[in-house]
Design a protein around this ligand. Structure first.
Ligand code: FAD
Ligand code: FES
Length: 336
Protein backbone atom coordinates (compact mmCIF):
# COMPACT_ATOMS: atom_id res chain seq x y z
CA UNK A 1 0.00 0.00 0.00
CA UNK A 2 1.25 3.48 -0.81
CA UNK A 3 0.18 6.46 1.26
CA UNK A 4 -0.84 9.34 -0.99
CA UNK A 5 -1.09 12.90 0.35
CA UNK A 6 -3.51 14.93 -1.77
CA UNK A 7 -2.87 18.64 -1.28
CA UNK A 8 -5.65 20.94 -2.40
CA UNK A 9 -5.33 24.55 -3.55
CA UNK A 10 -6.70 25.89 -0.27
CA UNK A 11 -3.93 24.15 1.70
CA UNK A 12 -6.10 21.30 3.01
CA UNK A 13 -4.48 17.86 2.82
CA UNK A 14 -6.08 14.41 2.79
CA UNK A 15 -4.29 11.07 2.82
CA UNK A 16 -5.52 8.03 0.91
CA UNK A 17 -4.05 4.52 0.70
CA UNK A 18 -3.55 3.23 -2.84
CA UNK A 19 -3.56 -0.55 -3.32
CA UNK A 20 -0.82 -2.04 -5.51
CA UNK A 21 -1.80 -1.47 -9.14
CA UNK A 22 -4.57 1.00 -8.27
CA UNK A 23 -4.49 4.44 -9.88
CA UNK A 24 -4.35 7.47 -7.62
CA UNK A 25 -7.73 8.64 -8.95
CA UNK A 26 -9.36 5.28 -8.15
CA UNK A 27 -7.90 5.38 -4.63
CA UNK A 28 -9.20 8.92 -4.12
CA UNK A 29 -12.71 8.14 -5.40
CA UNK A 30 -12.84 4.99 -3.26
CA UNK A 31 -12.31 7.35 -0.30
CA UNK A 32 -15.06 9.66 -1.63
CA UNK A 33 -12.63 12.37 -2.67
CA UNK A 34 -13.77 13.66 -6.04
CA UNK A 35 -10.56 14.96 -7.57
CA UNK A 36 -10.94 16.54 -11.06
CA UNK A 37 -11.72 13.85 -13.60
CA UNK A 38 -13.22 13.49 -17.05
CA UNK A 39 -12.10 10.89 -19.60
CA UNK A 40 -10.33 8.56 -17.11
CA UNK A 41 -8.27 7.51 -20.10
CA UNK A 42 -5.19 9.76 -20.19
CA UNK A 43 -6.66 11.73 -23.10
CA UNK A 44 -8.14 14.99 -21.78
CA UNK A 45 -5.72 16.31 -19.14
CA UNK A 46 -8.50 17.27 -16.70
CA UNK A 47 -6.86 15.26 -13.90
CA UNK A 48 -3.38 16.77 -14.43
CA UNK A 49 -1.68 17.34 -11.09
CA UNK A 50 1.85 17.86 -9.80
CA UNK A 51 3.71 15.17 -7.87
CA UNK A 52 6.03 16.78 -5.33
CA UNK A 53 7.50 13.66 -3.79
CA UNK A 54 7.55 9.93 -4.33
CA UNK A 55 8.13 7.32 -7.02
CA UNK A 56 5.44 6.34 -9.50
CA UNK A 57 4.53 4.88 -12.86
CA UNK A 58 3.09 7.53 -15.19
CA UNK A 59 0.85 5.20 -17.20
CA UNK A 60 -0.09 5.76 -20.82
CA UNK A 61 -1.41 9.10 -22.04
CA UNK A 62 -1.73 11.33 -25.06
CA UNK A 63 0.58 14.28 -25.59
CA UNK A 64 -2.51 16.52 -25.70
CA UNK A 65 -3.26 15.56 -22.09
CA UNK A 66 0.30 16.01 -20.84
CA UNK A 67 3.50 16.79 -22.74
CA UNK A 68 6.82 14.98 -22.27
CA UNK A 69 8.22 18.19 -20.82
CA UNK A 70 5.44 18.41 -18.23
CA UNK A 71 6.01 14.78 -17.28
CA UNK A 72 9.73 15.50 -16.81
CA UNK A 73 8.88 18.43 -14.52
CA UNK A 74 6.77 16.19 -12.28
CA UNK A 75 3.25 16.56 -13.67
CA UNK A 76 1.11 13.44 -13.55
CA UNK A 77 -2.31 12.30 -14.72
CA UNK A 78 -3.95 10.87 -11.62
CA UNK A 79 -6.29 8.69 -13.73
CA UNK A 80 -3.20 6.85 -15.04
CA UNK A 81 -0.61 7.23 -12.33
CA UNK A 82 0.23 4.29 -10.06
CA UNK A 83 2.30 4.99 -6.97
CA UNK A 84 5.42 2.95 -6.30
CA UNK A 85 6.05 4.62 -2.94
CA UNK A 86 4.32 7.14 -0.68
CA UNK A 87 3.63 10.27 -2.77
CA UNK A 88 2.64 13.90 -2.27
CA UNK A 89 0.40 15.27 -5.04
CA UNK A 90 -0.74 18.86 -5.56
CA UNK A 91 -4.32 18.84 -6.86
CA UNK A 92 -5.39 21.82 -8.99
CA UNK A 93 -8.72 22.32 -7.18
CA UNK A 94 -9.91 23.34 -3.75
CA UNK A 95 -10.89 20.78 -1.12
CA UNK A 96 -14.51 22.01 -1.30
CA UNK A 97 -14.59 21.38 -5.07
CA UNK A 98 -13.46 17.82 -4.36
CA UNK A 99 -16.10 17.42 -1.63
CA UNK A 100 -13.55 17.05 1.13
CA UNK A 101 -14.93 17.99 4.51
CA UNK A 102 -12.59 19.59 7.07
CA UNK A 103 -11.32 16.89 9.41
CA UNK A 104 -12.05 17.69 13.04
CA UNK A 105 -10.06 15.79 15.63
CA UNK A 106 -10.69 15.46 19.34
CA UNK A 107 -7.68 15.55 21.61
CA UNK A 108 -6.60 16.38 25.12
CA UNK A 109 -3.62 18.12 26.64
CA UNK A 110 -1.03 15.67 27.88
CA UNK A 111 1.59 18.13 29.09
CA UNK A 112 2.29 21.86 29.11
CA UNK A 113 5.96 22.78 29.50
CA UNK A 114 7.42 26.22 30.09
CA UNK A 115 10.42 26.02 27.81
CA UNK A 116 11.42 29.64 28.51
CA UNK A 117 9.67 32.81 29.71
CA UNK A 118 8.50 33.40 26.14
CA UNK A 119 7.83 29.88 24.89
CA UNK A 120 5.44 27.09 25.85
CA UNK A 121 5.70 23.49 24.67
CA UNK A 122 2.40 21.63 24.46
CA UNK A 123 2.04 17.86 24.06
CA UNK A 124 -1.41 16.85 22.79
CA UNK A 125 -2.79 13.32 22.93
CA UNK A 126 -5.19 12.42 20.10
CA UNK A 127 -8.43 10.76 21.23
CA UNK A 128 -8.97 8.55 18.20
CA UNK A 129 -7.03 8.60 15.03
CA UNK A 130 -3.53 10.02 14.97
CA UNK A 131 -3.57 12.74 12.32
CA UNK A 132 -1.67 12.08 9.12
CA UNK A 133 0.20 15.23 8.14
CA UNK A 134 3.21 16.33 6.19
CA UNK A 135 6.04 17.71 8.32
CA UNK A 136 5.70 21.51 8.27
CA UNK A 137 1.89 21.59 8.19
CA UNK A 138 -0.36 23.12 10.84
CA UNK A 139 -3.78 22.68 12.46
CA UNK A 140 -6.35 25.11 13.76
CA UNK A 141 -6.97 24.63 17.47
CA UNK A 142 -10.08 25.91 19.25
CA UNK A 143 -9.17 28.10 22.23
CA UNK A 144 -10.94 26.44 25.20
CA UNK A 145 -13.70 28.63 26.65
CA UNK A 146 -14.10 30.67 23.44
CA UNK A 147 -15.37 30.27 19.90
CA UNK A 148 -12.01 31.35 18.43
CA UNK A 149 -9.33 29.22 16.84
CA UNK A 150 -5.59 29.75 16.43
CA UNK A 151 -3.19 28.06 14.01
CA UNK A 152 -0.19 26.05 15.22
CA UNK A 153 2.43 24.09 13.30
CA UNK A 154 3.20 20.57 14.47
CA UNK A 155 6.65 20.62 16.08
CA UNK A 156 7.07 16.84 15.99
CA UNK A 157 5.94 13.80 14.07
CA UNK A 158 3.28 11.78 15.94
CA UNK A 159 4.60 9.46 18.65
CA UNK A 160 2.26 7.03 20.44
CA UNK A 161 -0.74 9.18 19.53
CA UNK A 162 0.92 12.36 20.85
CA UNK A 163 1.84 15.44 18.79
CA UNK A 164 3.80 18.49 19.98
CA UNK A 165 3.44 22.23 19.46
CA UNK A 166 5.70 25.17 20.24
CA UNK A 167 3.82 28.32 21.19
CA UNK A 168 5.06 31.84 21.74
CA UNK A 169 3.61 33.24 24.94
CA UNK A 170 2.18 36.62 23.88
CA UNK A 171 1.15 38.51 27.04
CA UNK A 172 -2.63 39.02 26.99
CA UNK A 173 -3.10 36.82 23.92
CA UNK A 174 -6.18 34.60 24.00
CA UNK A 175 -4.49 31.22 23.44
CA UNK A 176 -1.29 32.37 25.14
CA UNK A 177 -3.15 33.28 28.35
CA UNK A 178 -5.06 30.00 28.32
CA UNK A 179 -1.85 27.99 27.95
CA UNK A 180 0.16 30.09 30.40
CA UNK A 181 -2.46 30.38 33.16
CA UNK A 182 -5.11 27.68 32.94
CA UNK A 183 -4.20 24.75 30.70
CA UNK A 184 -3.91 21.42 32.52
CA UNK A 185 -3.39 17.78 31.48
CA UNK A 186 -6.72 16.26 30.44
CA UNK A 187 -8.22 19.51 29.06
CA UNK A 188 -10.16 18.82 25.87
CA UNK A 189 -8.93 20.41 22.61
CA UNK A 190 -10.45 20.44 19.12
CA UNK A 191 -8.10 20.37 16.17
CA UNK A 192 -8.99 20.91 12.50
CA UNK A 193 -6.61 20.11 9.67
CA UNK A 194 -3.95 19.32 8.63
CA UNK A 195 -3.49 22.42 6.48
CA UNK A 196 -0.71 24.18 4.62
CA UNK A 197 1.63 24.10 1.68
CA UNK A 198 4.72 24.67 3.85
CA UNK A 199 6.00 21.13 4.07
CA UNK A 200 9.21 19.34 3.32
CA UNK A 201 9.63 18.29 -0.31
CA UNK A 202 12.03 15.62 -1.58
CA UNK A 203 15.52 17.06 -1.14
CA UNK A 204 17.06 17.45 -4.59
CA UNK A 205 19.69 20.09 -3.72
CA UNK A 206 21.06 21.68 -0.57
CA UNK A 207 18.51 23.37 1.67
CA UNK A 208 18.54 26.40 3.94
CA UNK A 209 16.07 26.49 6.84
CA UNK A 210 15.40 29.97 8.25
CA UNK A 211 13.43 29.98 11.50
CA UNK A 212 12.26 33.02 13.45
CA UNK A 213 11.20 32.44 17.09
CA UNK A 214 8.57 29.71 17.37
CA UNK A 215 8.86 29.48 13.57
CA UNK A 216 11.26 26.72 14.65
CA UNK A 217 8.23 24.43 15.17
CA UNK A 218 7.68 23.13 11.61
CA UNK A 219 11.42 22.58 11.15
CA UNK A 220 11.53 20.28 14.18
CA UNK A 221 8.84 18.14 12.54
CA UNK A 222 10.74 18.17 9.22
CA UNK A 223 13.97 17.17 10.94
CA UNK A 224 12.24 14.33 12.77
CA UNK A 225 11.07 13.03 9.40
CA UNK A 226 14.65 13.26 8.09
CA UNK A 227 15.89 11.55 11.26
CA UNK A 228 13.64 8.63 10.31
CA UNK A 229 14.15 8.64 6.52
CA UNK A 230 17.68 10.08 6.18
CA UNK A 231 18.74 13.20 4.27
CA UNK A 232 20.45 13.07 0.90
CA UNK A 233 21.56 16.73 0.77
CA UNK A 234 23.22 19.17 3.19
CA UNK A 235 20.82 21.31 5.24
CA UNK A 236 21.84 24.39 7.19
CA UNK A 237 19.49 26.08 9.63
CA UNK A 238 19.68 29.61 10.97
CA UNK A 239 17.43 30.01 13.98
CA UNK A 240 16.97 33.66 14.96
CA UNK A 241 15.27 35.07 18.05
CA UNK A 242 14.89 38.42 19.75
CA UNK A 243 16.33 37.72 23.21
CA UNK A 244 18.61 35.02 24.62
CA UNK A 245 15.83 33.29 26.51
CA UNK A 246 13.71 32.96 23.37
CA UNK A 247 16.14 30.23 22.25
CA UNK A 248 14.54 26.86 22.99
CA UNK A 249 14.94 23.20 22.03
CA UNK A 250 18.71 23.58 21.52
CA UNK A 251 19.37 20.18 23.02
CA UNK A 252 16.87 18.62 20.61
CA UNK A 253 18.51 20.44 17.68
CA UNK A 254 21.90 19.14 18.86
CA UNK A 255 20.52 15.59 18.92
CA UNK A 256 19.07 16.03 15.44
CA UNK A 257 22.39 17.42 14.13
CA UNK A 258 24.08 14.27 15.43
CA UNK A 259 21.74 11.89 13.58
CA UNK A 260 20.49 13.70 10.44
CA UNK A 261 23.34 13.41 7.89
CA UNK A 262 24.49 16.83 6.62
CA UNK A 263 22.34 18.86 9.05
CA UNK A 264 24.01 21.81 10.80
CA UNK A 265 22.54 24.82 12.59
CA UNK A 266 23.48 28.19 14.03
CA UNK A 267 21.53 30.43 16.37
CA UNK A 268 21.29 34.23 16.13
CA UNK A 269 20.08 36.71 18.78
CA UNK A 270 18.91 40.22 17.87
CA UNK A 271 19.16 41.84 21.32
CA UNK A 272 22.09 44.30 21.40
CA UNK A 273 22.76 43.47 25.07
CA UNK A 274 23.16 39.77 24.35
CA UNK A 275 26.59 38.16 24.69
CA UNK A 276 25.65 35.65 21.99
CA UNK A 277 28.42 35.05 19.43
CA UNK A 278 26.06 35.73 16.49
CA UNK A 279 24.11 38.95 16.88
CA UNK A 280 21.54 40.71 14.71
CA UNK A 281 19.09 39.11 12.28
CA UNK A 282 19.43 35.88 10.34
CA UNK A 283 20.08 37.95 7.21
CA UNK A 284 23.34 39.23 8.79
CA UNK A 285 24.62 35.67 8.74
CA UNK A 286 23.84 34.60 5.19
CA UNK A 287 27.22 34.19 3.50
CA UNK A 288 27.75 33.77 -0.26
CA UNK A 289 28.74 30.19 0.46
CA UNK A 290 25.44 29.55 2.28
CA UNK A 291 23.40 31.09 -0.53
CA UNK A 292 25.30 29.05 -3.16
CA UNK A 293 24.42 31.46 -5.98
CA UNK A 294 20.72 30.62 -5.54
CA UNK A 295 21.27 26.90 -6.20
CA UNK A 296 19.39 25.83 -3.07
CA UNK A 297 15.89 25.39 -1.65
CA UNK A 298 14.96 27.90 1.03
CA UNK A 299 12.36 27.16 3.70
CA UNK A 300 11.42 30.21 5.77
CA UNK A 301 9.07 30.42 8.74
CA UNK A 302 8.46 33.02 11.42
CA UNK A 303 6.55 36.16 12.34
CA UNK A 304 5.52 38.42 9.42
CA UNK A 305 8.22 41.12 9.87
CA UNK A 306 10.98 38.50 9.84
CA UNK A 307 9.56 36.75 6.77
CA UNK A 308 9.21 40.09 4.92
CA UNK A 309 12.74 41.13 5.91
CA UNK A 310 14.25 37.91 4.54
CA UNK A 311 12.29 38.18 1.29
CA UNK A 312 13.43 41.80 0.87
CA UNK A 313 17.02 40.88 1.67
CA UNK A 314 17.14 38.09 -0.92
CA UNK A 315 15.60 40.35 -3.56
CA UNK A 316 18.16 43.07 -2.68
CA UNK A 317 21.02 40.60 -3.13
CA UNK A 318 19.46 39.37 -6.36
CA UNK A 319 19.29 35.81 -5.09
CA UNK A 320 16.53 33.72 -6.62
CA UNK A 321 16.56 30.32 -4.92
CA UNK A 322 15.66 27.24 -6.94
CA UNK A 323 12.63 26.85 -4.64
CA UNK A 324 11.31 29.11 -1.93
CA UNK A 325 8.75 27.88 0.61
CA UNK A 326 7.46 30.16 3.29
CA UNK A 327 5.03 30.28 6.22
CA UNK A 328 4.07 33.49 8.04
CA UNK A 329 2.82 33.19 11.61
CA UNK A 330 0.32 36.01 11.04
CA UNK A 331 -1.83 37.14 13.97
CA UNK A 332 -5.39 35.84 13.56
CA UNK A 333 -6.95 39.30 13.07
CA UNK A 334 -4.73 39.85 10.02
CA UNK A 335 -6.00 36.68 8.40
CA UNK A 336 -9.72 37.44 8.43
C1 FAD B 1 -0.19 29.12 9.52
C2 FAD B 1 0.13 29.61 10.92
C3 FAD B 1 0.86 28.78 11.77
C4 FAD B 1 1.20 29.24 13.05
N1 FAD B 1 1.95 28.42 13.85
C5 FAD B 1 2.35 28.89 15.06
C6 FAD B 1 3.21 28.11 15.90
O1 FAD B 1 3.58 26.97 15.59
N2 FAD B 1 3.62 28.66 17.07
C7 FAD B 1 3.23 29.93 17.47
O2 FAD B 1 3.67 30.38 18.54
N3 FAD B 1 2.40 30.67 16.70
C8 FAD B 1 1.94 30.18 15.53
N4 FAD B 1 1.10 30.94 14.76
C9 FAD B 1 0.51 32.17 15.35
C10 FAD B 1 -0.70 31.75 16.18
O3 FAD B 1 -1.73 31.24 15.31
C11 FAD B 1 -1.35 32.90 16.99
O4 FAD B 1 -1.58 34.00 16.16
C12 FAD B 1 -0.48 33.33 18.16
O5 FAD B 1 -0.19 32.19 18.98
C13 FAD B 1 -1.19 34.38 19.02
O6 FAD B 1 -2.39 33.86 19.52
P1 FAD B 1 -3.00 34.40 20.86
O7 FAD B 1 -4.41 33.92 20.93
O8 FAD B 1 -2.10 34.06 22.03
O9 FAD B 1 -2.96 35.97 20.71
P2 FAD B 1 -4.15 36.90 20.13
O10 FAD B 1 -5.25 37.00 21.14
O11 FAD B 1 -4.50 36.40 18.76
O12 FAD B 1 -3.40 38.27 19.96
C14 FAD B 1 -3.06 39.09 21.08
C15 FAD B 1 -2.25 40.28 20.60
O13 FAD B 1 -0.96 39.83 20.16
C16 FAD B 1 -0.72 40.24 18.83
N5 FAD B 1 -0.04 39.15 18.11
C17 FAD B 1 -0.57 37.96 17.79
N6 FAD B 1 0.35 37.21 17.12
C18 FAD B 1 1.46 37.97 17.04
C19 FAD B 1 2.71 37.79 16.47
N7 FAD B 1 3.06 36.64 15.83
N8 FAD B 1 3.61 38.80 16.57
C20 FAD B 1 3.31 39.93 17.22
N9 FAD B 1 2.12 40.17 17.76
C21 FAD B 1 1.21 39.21 17.68
C22 FAD B 1 -2.08 40.46 18.23
O14 FAD B 1 -2.00 41.40 17.17
C23 FAD B 1 -2.88 41.00 19.38
O15 FAD B 1 -2.69 42.37 19.52
C24 FAD B 1 0.77 30.52 13.48
C25 FAD B 1 0.00 31.32 12.62
C26 FAD B 1 -0.30 30.88 11.36
C27 FAD B 1 -1.09 31.76 10.44
S1 FES C 1 -9.23 12.33 -16.64
FE1 FES C 1 -8.68 12.73 -18.67
S2 FES C 1 -6.53 12.51 -18.64
FE2 FES C 1 -7.12 11.88 -16.66
Amino acid sequence: MARIALNFEDGVTRFVEAHPGETVADAAYRCRINIPMDCRDGACGTCKSFCEAGAYELGSHLDDAMTEDEARQGYVLTCQMKARSDCVIRIAATSAMCKVKPAAMAAEIEEVRRLSPSTIGVAVKMKDEVPAYLPGQYVNIGVPGSSETRSYSFSSMPKDGVVDFLVRNIPGGLMSSYLADRAAPGDALNLTGPIGSFYLRDLKRRALFLAGGTGLAPFLAMLEKLERDGASQPIHMLYGVTRDDDLVELERLGELAAVVPGFTFDTVVADERSAHPRKGFVTHHLSDETLNGGDLDIYLCGPPPMVDAVRGYLAGRNVTPSNFYCEKFSPSEQRA
